[in-house]
Design a protein around this ligand. Sequence first.
Ligand code: ADP
Length: 483
Amino acid sequence: MTTTPVTYPTGALIDGQWITSATSFPVINPATGKEIARVPNLGAKETQDAVDAASRALGAWSAKPAKDRSIVLRRWFDLITANTEPLAQLMTAEQGKPLSEARGEVAYGASFVEWFAEEGKRAYGRTIPTTVASRRYITIKQPIGVVAAITPWNFPIAMITRKVASALAAGCTIIVKPAEDTPLCALAVAKLALDAGVPPGVFNVVTTMDAPAVGKVLTDDARVRKLTFTGSTAVGKALYRQCADTVKKLTLELGGNAPLLIFDDANLDQAVAGAMASKYRNAGQTCVCANRILVQSGIYDRFAAALVAAVEKLHVAPGTDARCTIGPLINADAIAKVEALSADAIAKGAKVMTGGTVNAAGPLFYQPTVISGVTRDMDIVREEIFGPVAALMRFETEADAIALANDTPFGLAAYLFSQNLSRAWRVAEKLEAGMVGVNDGIFSNEVVPFGGVKQSGLGREGAAEGLDEYLETKFICLGAIDA
Ligand code: ADP
């Protein structure tokens, strides 16, 4: 197949047209502080245009046989995959993650397109045994309609494809508002979607600096039947409220406060490898990053020493440096947050075992850090760190560990390390989380359901569950069949 190089569109995408606007905003490379490009700063009017376009496109797209939509999605997957290198370079430029991780995210992002290209063909209804001789009961699945997606900057491709591929496979049309820090990856994958044959209006991208104004149009418009949001809990709650008047279906992937439990009977090497993968990937900027590392007394000192040794091998550098394992944080606010949480912990008695400062590579680079002796009165155990700082807490018994782990309003990911199968199963069942990794620090992929409980959100993405989020069940009663 022919592949088109990704040429980084810098217009927004509405109804198949790349549009500009009178005002624009810069996209900054966090490693250098330099401007990469400018994109349109759109407002309520253009958002309305995008909803109009998505509404017009809905009829034809939803009427296509699932197999035809699947062919288009499969072409989109092939194009993303063929353009892995330019997409990864673009992602590292605007988001900062190491190139190796950016390549991994392109594959991860593409995997959702491949999965939903297939899964869309399996939107099965049911026949239900009747209660009345003259009737038959059937359910069919139908696309929910126009969808709005609001996405974060930490996975600038995967958070788009995970939503868009499932919506499109189901027969929905979509308007995406990407994070203001990382609009270029969204526009690049949207261009590839057009190249793959996604019709005008089916996939729209509205870039803006004024997220509340765009969000208001998307939530107020009754034609938008679903909002899918990944981001902070505070914004997610506000959007949840805004969707009440039009009773939209919602998927919310909100903040986490993931506990990572290490029991005395853990395999130390596995525990260190799992903690490293979970904590330091994307410089700690994921909602499933271990936020609290709870370590049983008998293994605490050995684990802490081994973790520090592994952390000191990390290489802080711009993501384009082949040795880089920790890139910059996304912006100055992220650095300020990490510094404030660390300072609070230290003021209350925690100790820095390694790191604890900004790195010489630049103002947004933070030295990978391990803080020991963290206790439940510290802010760092309540708030998402979203940076390369590991907070170690000590516990004595399994019951204490479970109580500590669940002592949070959040419930996205949790991890546990133990070689005792009975304990692993028992604890996994008791952890209040949507996803539990047992002896594993990274588990997200396209075939398993991603999502949280409690204030971490609603709904699931990926897997069969991810398709269902974009479908309505219609019950059809066929009466008088004996007439
Ligand atoms: P983060 O702290 O990770 O940046 P946010 O929740 O602020 O998380 O951002 C996630 C997404 O939500 C981004 O696309 C952002 O522009 C958007 N956003 C932020 N505030 C609002 C709002 N009031 N209405 C709609 N979208 C918003």
